[in-house]
Design a protein around this ligand. Structure first.
Ligand code: UDX
Ligand code: UDX
Length: 456
């Protein structure tokens, strides 16, 4: 087998787009084509307004685009010409049939595998980039092998560990690159070829290989552990509010223990994003499928705790509003699931907004990167219905409000003129910091009734 010179990625989303842009940036002699069946998305990748916001993404896309990085809807051509085809299509939670609400919906992976089987030749290496249940590679391989006269294509698992908002930094300097493959000479050769691409900028010792199933399951396990850390500290935050302890002080104190470590211990209104909940449900479903009910119950609690945390936050707002929110204006600062992204999938902000809308509050929402249409879509509210106003700046959102809730930790929220905000609000002026980014004592000095997470 020759070296890799041409790469195709199916799926121009939050994973496929930035990952391929980084490969093209680091390997100018490789030709990288990202294909997608969504023509609008491809047009956006080829325009000045990229479809996703990530710090640093514009620069590297614009530096490589139409040189060795291409975005196209011509999936046949992209796949046919490639030595390696990455599958980075979405794998949402199933909403129908067996496993609904739990299992991953693999229909896009399957149709993608069928398409590759039809178009690619036998030397093509097929790489699962999407997060999939363990043993999905079996299904992909069966589909590929069933396509007559094509020989045996190699299937690798190469999960992506980058986080949104820091995607480029994570891709440039990953903690590790994981490649799973078959323990056969052909499988090992395929692993080596893909490893050689990453080794162009990642230290060789950080590129590790495992068998296919370990690789697939490592991704689910990594996300489950990360989410579990957040649910654990959030569980303690509830106890802090009841006892007068401070959750940030606790996180600092326990994080100094090297066995625990300081990262990913920030208590919040709850985790969001397209991965954590979906991947834990996926893990829960797998455990139940293999008859491991206790293991399934254990992991399910991580999501249950997160739901509790989101609901608890809405309830605290309601209580401070004397349990009547009807027609009261509440300013929502932040709609993305974390800072530095325009992604709103499973954002905690959506859940809090829905709870308040059920109580007939009027919401004034501001997020620096999320467009109004996306807010209306997520809340399933018709634009102009009056219950939700999307504002162009945070001061406009807060004007005349009974309460302000901070739901995304955007840096700009730390720098706002809270005196000005206070003066423009109805009194008592309530502020709820769902991200613990503000100094509650200073807010209280201004006159706010201020509450954070895990603080009294
Ligand atoms: C990724 C992973 O692939 C998913 O498994 C992981 O758990 C979360 O991140 P992401 O890139 O965030 O998904 O998804 P999305 O932004 O929805 O991108 C997927 C793209 O694939 C979309 O642009 C969609 O149009 C495209 N697609 C989907 C195809 O081109 N063909 C298909 O058959 C299905
Ligand atoms: C996650 C994993 O981190 C990444 O490795 C994987 O590839 C995809 O899933 P992502 O969902 O993009 O990445 O972002 P992440 O930084 O993990 O944040 C997820 C959610 O947890 C966000 O809502 C964030 O605000 C929240 N969070 C994170 C906390 O509430 N506290 C923390 O300490 C860290």
């Amino acid at each position: 087998m020759d070296e890799i010179s041409n790469i195709c990625c199916v799926g121009a989303g939050y994973v496929g787009g930035p990952t391929m842009a980084m490969i093209a940036h680091k390997c100018p002699d490789l030709e990288v084509t990202v294909v997608d069946y969504d023509a609008d998305r491809i047009a956006a990748w080829n325009s000045d307004e990229l479809p996703i916001f990530e710090p640093g993404l514009d620069e590297i896309v614009k530096g490589s685009r139409n040189r060795n990085l291409f975005f196209s809807t011509d999936r046949d051509k992209g796949i046919r010409e490639a030595d390696v085809v990455f599958i980075a299509v979405s794998t949402p939670t199933k909403t129908y049939g067996i496993g609904a609400g739990r299992a991953a919906d693999l229909k896009y992976i399957e149709s993608c595998a069928r398409h590759i089987a039809e178009v690619a030749d036998s030397n093509t290496i097929v790489v699962e980039k999407s997060t999939v249940p363990v043993r999905t590679a079996d299904a992909v391989r069966t589909i590929l092998e069933a396509s007559k006269g094509k020989g045996v294509m190699q299937v690798l698992s190469n999960p992506e560990f980058m986080a949104e908002g820091s995607a480029l930094k994570d891709l440039e300097n990953p903690d590790r690159v994981l490649i799973g493959g078959e323990r056969t000479p052909e499988g090992q050769r395929a692993i080596e070829k893909l490893a050689a691409v990453y080794a162009r900028w990642v230290p060789r010792e950080k590129v590790i290989s495992t068998n296919l199933w370990s690789s697939e399951l490592s991704k689910l396990t990594a996300n489950a552990f990360l989410a579990q850390r957040i649910s654990s500290i959030n569980a303690i935050s509830a106890l802090c509010e009841a006892t007068g302890a401070d959750v940030d002080e606790i996180a600092h104190a326990i994080g100094l223990d090297r066995r625990v470590g300081p990262n990913f211990l920030k208590s919040s209104v709850g985790f969001g994003g397209s991965c954590f909940q979906k991947d834990i449900y996926n893990l829960v479903y797998l455990c139940a499928h293999f008859g491991l009910e206790e293991v399934a119950d254990y992991w399910e609690q991580v999501v249950a705790m997160n739901d509790y945390q989101k609901r608890r936050f809405s309830r605290r707002i309601m209580e401070a509003l004397f349990n009547t929110a009807a027609d009261k204006r509440v300013a929502i600062l932040g709609f993305a699931f974390k800072k530095d992204t325009n992604d709103t999938r499973e954002s905690a902000s959506i859940y809090v907004c829905r709870d308040l809308l059920q109580e007939e509050a009027r919401l004034a929402i501001y997020d620096p990167k999320v467009p109004a249409m996306q807010v209306h879509d997520e809340l399933k509210i018709v634009e102009g219905s009056g219950q939700v106003e999307v504002c162009g700046d945070p001061y406009a959102a807060a004007e005349g409000a009974h309460a302000v809730a901070i739901l995304t930790e955007w840096d700009e929220f730390k720098e706002l003129d809270y005196q000005r905000i206070y003066e423009s609000m109805l009194k008592p002026a309530l502020i709820f910091d769902g991200r613990n980014i503000l100094d509650l004592d200073s807010l209280r000095e201004i006159g706010f009734k201020a509450e954070g997470i895990g603080k009294s």
